[in-house]
Write a protein that binds this ligand. Structure first.
Ligand code: AHR
Length: 502
């Protein structure tokens, strides 16, 4: 079958900038997320630069990763930064209590993280330890990273980096209502104020944004955190301020994760997408609370953990959160990007959980092998939306029904790229029908249109080490005349059009 969708894009109605940090990533010391996936050590046979995998760096450069959140997650509130600096002998081995009881060698620490960022061309989102660290530990760490000419800055220089690092985001704890605490909102706010008052960035080249923990995703205090933190912020004293609130919202059906990552049926496809689309309301609820206290949007929402959380791959350690990544994940990624874009007034950042080998990753590795997941390709296709200006777009998405579930058949966003091109991202959620999009761009004359589409012939199609190009973007033809573009996309597909106007 085939659906027809009439779309009008109004280039004269420009919205906010789609902050490139919306396309950020999260890399935690968890399973093979760092060790094996990013870090193999300088003595490895796997090609590397100062211990960091070259193949992974090359792949990440292509998707222009704007920022990476590190070292956790739950791990961050057990992380002691001093154990991860200095000579190999000074690195302290520990048990990673949060994740599978693995031995944490601390060979990947602050210097290795910033080396990795420099290699991929990305900014830092460092998550400080509130749960088991002191305010002094956190403030010393930020001074160590960013000061020049102080005892800690000199120590950093002796450890190989005389230039101060740039820390774009500094998170005050992680999920302090859960693994990073647990603290009630009031208890957390006491910690938060102390951290914000006594922790400073000393690198004049960057305005570090300080980020508080946001709502409890397990709902224990519902949006209590958001409400209490924003109320405290509105009453703040001159000693502290806040630039971001972290929201975590996964696409998952409970713990332990039981939703199959492959081999699922159409109903399970729709159930998971319904949950993914819940991101919109989740953000809207938090936005509404923030709007009351902060009508001028001085505090951003950073969706610092999002992604599918599915049943682990059989035979793997459940605590390592290894899961397969299918075409359904590609659709989840596109729908999330579209939701973040529609909330771009307030949402100024987001981080996929997680970058490599953990949850909805963009890359899987196994020893020397590497494969790009369907989710990777969506990140690549959306690169032109980084720092683009959102354009108004109108269409009737229709209704796709399966069982008791009703979803929109399609979704789309439009933006004017920094290069002046108009970009339209189209998702066909419906797995049974193609969709013809008839776009009309008011007031424009179109010279040329190009497109790429990510389509797989099964909703659960995956890329494997043996078949790495099973799901891969292909060129798609679109017709253009005067101010109109027409394109027909496949079921369960993600497409990005690039339109050149006169
Ligand atoms: O991404 C995995 C875990 O999920 C993170 O460590 C934690 O913050 C969240 O609960």
């Amino acid at each position: 079958g085939q659906n027809t969708v009439k779309v009008t894009i109004e280039p004269s109605q420009q919205g906010p900038v789609i902050n490139r940090n919306i396309f950020g990533h999260f890399a935690e010391h968890l399973g093979f997320g760092i060790y094996g996936g990013i870090w193999v050590g300088p003595d490895s046979d796997i090609p590397n630069t100062r211990g960091i995998r070259n193949d992974v760096v090359e792949a990440l450069k292509e998707i222009k990763v704007p920022n990476v959140r590190w070292p956790g997650g739950c791990f961050a509130d057990r992380y002691h930064w001093r154990e991860g600096i200095g000579t190999p002998e000074e690195r302290r081995k520990r048990i990673n209590v949060s994740w599978g009881g693995a031995v944490e060698p601390n060979t990947f620490g602050s210097h290795e993280f910033f080396d990795f960022l420099a290699q991929i061309g990305s900014d830092a989102f460092v998550s400080a330890n509130v749960g088991s660290g002191s305010v002094k530990d956190a403030s010393d760490w930020l001074e160590y990273l960013t000061a020049t000419g102080t005892a800690l800055g000199d120590e950093r220089a002796r450890n190989g980096n005389p230039e101060p690092y740039e820390v774009l985001f500094w998170g005050i704890g992680n999920e302090t209502w859960g693994c990073g605490g647990p603290f009630t909102p009031e208890e957390y706010i006491t910690e938060l104020k102390r951290h914000l008052t006594f922790t400073s960035n000393y690198n004049p080249n960057v305005n570090t944004q300080f980020v508080a923990v946001g709502p409890d995703s397990f709902d224990e205090y519902s949006f209590g955190y958001t409400e209490a933190i924003m109320a405290a912020w509105a009453d703040r004293t001159w000693t502290w301020d806040l630039q971001g609130l972290a929201i975590h919202n996964y696409t998952r059906g409970g713990w332990p994760a039981e939703i199959p990552a492959t081999g699922f049926n159409e109903l399970q496809y729709a159930e998971v997408l319904e949950e993914a689309l819940g991101m919109d309301q989740y953000i809207a609820n938090n936005r509404a609370i923030m709007d009351k206290y902060d009508p001028d949007t001085e505090v951003s929402i950073l969706v610092s953990e999002w992604g599918s959380w599915l049943a682990p791959t059989e035979g793997t350690e459940p605590g390592f959160l290894i899961q397969q990544n299918s075409q359904r994940d590609a659709v989840i990624a596109a729908l999330n990007f579209n939701i973040f874009t529609r909330h771009a007034e307030r949402v100024h950042g987001a981080n996929l959980a997680q970058m490599v080998n953990v949850l909805q990753s963009v890359i899987h590795t196994e020893n020397e092998k590497m494969v790009l997941t369907p989710t990777y390709h969506v990140f690549r296709m959306y690169v032109p939306f980084q720092d683009a200006t959102r354009l108004a777009i109108n269409f009737d998405p229709g209704v796709y029904k399966v069982g008791d579930i009703s979803l929109p058949k399609v979704d789309a966003i439009a933006a004017k790229g920094k290069d002046g091109q108009i970009y339209v991202a189209i998702t066909n959620i419906d797995p049974n029908n193609r969709a013809t999009f008839d776009l009309s761009l008011d007031g424009y004359s179109i010279r040329n249109v190009k497109g790429e589409t990510l389509y797989a012939n099964a909703i659960d199609a995956v890329n494997t080490f043996d078949n790495p190009n099973n799901v891969k973007p292909k060129e798609i033809k679109a017709q253009a005349s005067r101010n109109k573009v027409s394109v027909t996309v496949q079921p369960q597909s993600v497409t990005v059009l690039s339109i050149t106007t006169r």
